[in-house]
Design a protein around this ligand. Structure first.
Ligand code: UD1
Length: 337
C-alpha cells in the first residue's frame, strides 16, 4: 500500500482527501497540529475510514519533527495542505501568514528533495489570477498580483516551486488551483468547520439558516453581472478531494504542472442564496451591504486541461454541495447541543 503524507489532513479539503485516498487504496499519514481544526473532524474521519490512516499532531514549521516523520515512513507522495486560508485575517496579521504558509512549504519541499519523494501536490488557489481580464481563466492566463497576504502566500508558493524546478527536477509536482470549494462529505461526518464567524459564503449561509447568525450580508449588488452580485466557480469538496487522488495516478514528461480545479461554471451570490432556499426549504434572511475590499467581480475555471490531461472533472452539482453542506451543518449543530 502506498504511504501518502497529508499535511493539514484534519482541515477542510485535507480531511475529505484522506477519505478519498483510503477509498482508492492509499495509506494517508496525516500531520496536523489542529490549530485550525478540531477533534470533531478526527472523530468523523475515524468513523469513515476506521484505522485506514494514521494521525500525528505536529506543526509543519517544526523541521525536526517533520524530519523524524520522513525518517519513520517511506512516503510515495506528499500532499501539502497545511496553511492558513482567511483573506481578512491575513491582512490583519501578514507575518503570521507568511511565516506559517511559506516556512511550512519550504520545510516540506526540502524534505521531499532530500528523501527523494517522487510526487508532490500543492494546494494553490485561483487567487493567483488576481482580477483577470477574462472571466474564464486558463492555466496559462497570466498571473496577477493578489490582493491579500494570503493570496501572496499561494502566489509565492508557486514561485518557490517553479524556482526549485528551474535547475533540478527534484520530483513531479502538481499545483492544483482551487476555485471555491464548498459542501461536505454526504455522510455528514466531516465538513467545513470555520473557527469564529465564517468569512466564506456557504458556511455563512448555513449558520444563518440555523439561527447561529442573524442575517447574511451580500457584499454588493452593483457589480457588472446579470444580478449585480459577484460570480464564482463553486466546486464540491469531494470532487476537489478526488482531484488529489487523481494527481497521484498522473504521470507526464513535464515535471511541473498546474491545473484549475473548478466546474467551469459560475454562480452569483444571489443564485447561491436562492439555491440554498430551494434545497433546504428555508427562507434565508439577508441584506445587501457594501462591496468587500479585494473581491473580484467574476471568475470561473476553464477545465479543459484538468479534464483532458489530469483526467479529472467535477461529478457533483452545486445543489449536491449545498445539500451536503446543509446536512453537515445540521448534524454539527445537533452534536453541539
Ligand atoms: C477567497 C479567496 C480564495 C480562497 C477562499 C478561501 C481571493 C480572491 N479569494 O475566495 O482564494 O481560496 O477565499 O478562503 O482571495 N460573500 C458575501 N457575503 C459573505 C461572504 C461572502 O456576499 O458573508 C460573497 C463574496 O463577496 C464573494 C462570494 O460570496 O462574492 C464568495 O466569497 P468567499 O466564500 O469568501 O470566497 P472568495 O472570496 O471567492
Amino acid at each position: 500500500m502506498k504511504n501518502v503524507l497529508v499535511t493539514g489532513g484534519a482541515g477542510y479539503i485535507g480531511s475529505h482527501t484522506v477519505v478519498s485516498l483510503v477509498e482508492q487504496g492509499f495509506y494517508p499519514v496525516v500531520v496536523d497540529d489542529l490549530r485550525s481544526s478540531s477533534s470533531l473532524i478526527l472523530e468523523g474521519l475515524s468513523t469513515l475510514v476506521k484505522d485506514g490512516y494514521t494521525f500525528h499532531r505536529e506543526d509543519v514549521c517544526d523541521l525536526d519533527s517533520m524530519t523524524r516523520l520522513f525518517q519513520e515512513y517511506r512516503f510515495d507522495a506528499v500532499i501539502h495542505f497545511a496553511a492558513y486560508k482567511s483573506v481578512g485575517d491575513s491582512c490583519e496579521e501578514p507575518l503570521k501568514y507568511y511565516h506559517n504558509n511559506l516556512l511550512g512549504l519550504i520545510n516540506i519541499l526540502g524534505l521531499c528533495r532530500d528523501f527523494c519523494i517522487p510526487k508532490f501536490v500543492f494546494s494553490s488557489s485561483c487567487t493567483v489570477y488576481g482580477e483577470p481580464d477574462e472571466k474564464q481563466v486558463y492555466e496559462h492566463t497570466p498571473k496577477r498580483l493578489p490582493e491579500s497576504p494570503y493570496g501572496f502566500t499561494k502566489w509565492m508558493g508557486e514561485q518557490i516551486i517553479e524556482d526549485l524546478h528551474r535547475n533540478v527536477v527534484p520530483f513531479q509536482t502538481l499545483c492544483l488551483r482551487y476555485f471555491n470549494p464548498i459542501g461536505a462529505h454526504p455522510s455528514g461526518m466531516i465538513g467545513e468547520l470555520p473557527k469564529g464567524i465564517p468569512n466564506n459564503l456557504l458556511p455563512y449561509i448555513t449558520q444563518t439558516a440555523t439561527g447561529e447568525l442573524s442575517s447574511l450580508t451580500i457584499f454588493g449588488d452593483d457589480y457588472p453581472t446579470p444580478d449585480g452580485t459577484c460570480i464564482r466557480d463553486y466546486v464540491h469538496v469531494c470532487d476537489v478531494a478526488d482531484a488529489h487522488v487523481q494527481s497521484l495516478f498522473f504521470s507526464d514528461p513535464n515535471p511541473l504542472c498546474f491545473f484549475n480545479i473548478g466546474t467551469g461554471c459560475g454562480s452569483s451570490v444571489l443564485e447561491m442564496v436562492r439555491l440554498f432556499e430551494q434545497v433546504s426549504g428555508k427562507t434565508l434572511p439577508y441584506t445587501i451591504g457594501k462591496r468587500r475590499k479585494g473581491d473580484i467581480t467574476e471568475i470561473f475555471a476553464n477545465v479543459n486541461a484538468s479534464k483532458n490531461l489530469l483526467g479529472w472533472s467535477a461529478k457533483r452539482t452545486v445543489e449536491d454541495a449545498i445539500r451536503d453542506a446543509w446536512n453537515w451543518e445540521q448534524r454539527r449543530n445537533k452534536t453541539h447541543d
